[in-house]
Design a protein around this ligand. Sequence first.
Ligand code: FAD
Length: 496
Amino acid sequence: MRFRRLLRPRVILALLAVCLLAFLGRPAFHLGRTALHDRDTREPVPTGYVDDASRLNQTRVKEVWDIPTDPVTAERQLAALLRRAKAEKLPVSIAGARHSMGGHTVAPDGIVINMLPFKAAKLDPETNILHVQAGARWVDIIPYLDRHGRSVAVMQSNNTFSVGGSISVNAHGWQHNTPPIASTVEAFRLLRDDGSIIRCSRTENAELFSLVLGGYGLFGVILDVDLRVVPDVRYRLGHFVIPSERYVDLYEWEVNRRSDVGMVFGRLDVTPDNFLREATLNVFYHDPGGEIPPLTPAQFEKIRRTVFRGTVGSDYGKELRWDLEKRLASAIEGRAFSRNQLSNEGIEAFENRTAKSTDILHEYFVPPSRLAAFLERLRVIIPEHQGDLLNVTIRNVHTDTDSFLRYADQEVFGLVMLFNQERTPQGEKAMKAMTQALIDAALEEGGTYYLPYRLHASPEQFARAYPQGREFFERKRAYDPDELFQNEFYRTYGRP
Ligand SMILES: Cc1cc2nc3c(=O)[nH]c(=O)nc-3n(C[C@H](O)[C@H](O)[C@H](O)COP(=O)(O)OP(=O)(O)OC[C@H]3O[C@@H](n4cnc5c(N)ncnc54)[C@H](O)[C@@H]3O)c2cc1C
């Protein structure tokens, strides 16, 4: 009798509702609470000061000078600006989108050149060369190239950055089988400290060409760039979940042995119980058998953002994100994407907008044969320092033969890690200690670290990681004897 009563539809419905609530209740509560707290509480930078993406580099400057958009006016006024800076002994720093994080765009009490207004672009469809001004950002360039059926050959995983900033750090991304972006630069024009403008390429002013690529704005102002572009194509996604120590083997099998791979990235599990033990490999295969999907605005940004921001300081949030991302990737496996769509992601879906904390990037490069050993070290170092690791992506970078200050002088895997950090002296101290331990680990595994982030490496670590560094800075002073072009990177590692 009692059992029969239990089978009544209303009771069954109620039981189902309880089960559903138990199943969805926690994620719903967690995401709801994250969304509720996700407000922009960042303070504006006071007049007379500048900062960068770290929000830890607020510095007083004499002037921020916006470059005019018209090239003739820009060149004339820029040369006059440099003459004035020299006469008044003011250091000059150069800024693109300011997403470097170590004051690379800042010199205290100096003049900051804001390159962003300088952003015109013109494609030569015969040669596949994009002639682009250095302040243009990928978010401007991708829709333009899309209209011409072209795509950026090598760029970062987001579209926020400027061309000048990208080639000055020699960025890389998840385009398969490629060295860093320098390999796609045919030539650029450089405004030097004496106001002269020269063209640099592999055959003209070749030494400056290699110094300026990855040269952190220390040799002059890059005005415009001839960038080799590629056709936009259609890809289909393949998704694999594997133990992280098998990453390199699977990469060899599923990526290197195939000829139809266009883009690829890996991701690591950051949940504490399975820390860096599971990986996903996401491979985009060429899929020429259909229309290239049109470029559309980013989708589901709000929910993706909430899932991501919900990982800060939360083990549960990290588990939820890892689980949802694997499910989502399996669900969209086989779906077609355009190369341009994949390249056109902003940072809105993850950027930290709170006054209290900031998110700091790190990147370490190790040879493929040392990836598993490096991961072993990370599993110890990061928890030891209580680093709140939000995300790790893995990319493959081929040998760079173009830039002077190289991070990829062999084929490497880059591990890009995003940490959350309090904006306090204690937060800074803890991050510095962890960064130095991570750099030592990378060096011991035959690798190195990436330079556009916090300047936490000791000068000795910098010298070990970049043996060309000393000569690089000597060449800087040879080309710019008055040390007109300066920034915190130079002041930290470059001064004799
Ligand atoms: C969220 C995020 C994701 C990232 N992802 C990646 C990634 O996937 N791959 C990667 O390689 N990097 C990545 N980075 C690092 C990024 O590529 C660099 O910080 C890059 O410099 C950003 O470009 P920007 O326009 O902001 O440069 P800025 O920070 O403005 O400038 C960087 C350097 O370039 C110099 N510079 C800028 N413009 C010129 C110019 N016209 N002439 C001479 N010098 C100039 C500046 O003086 C400075 O030293 C990422 C950074 C962030 C914050």
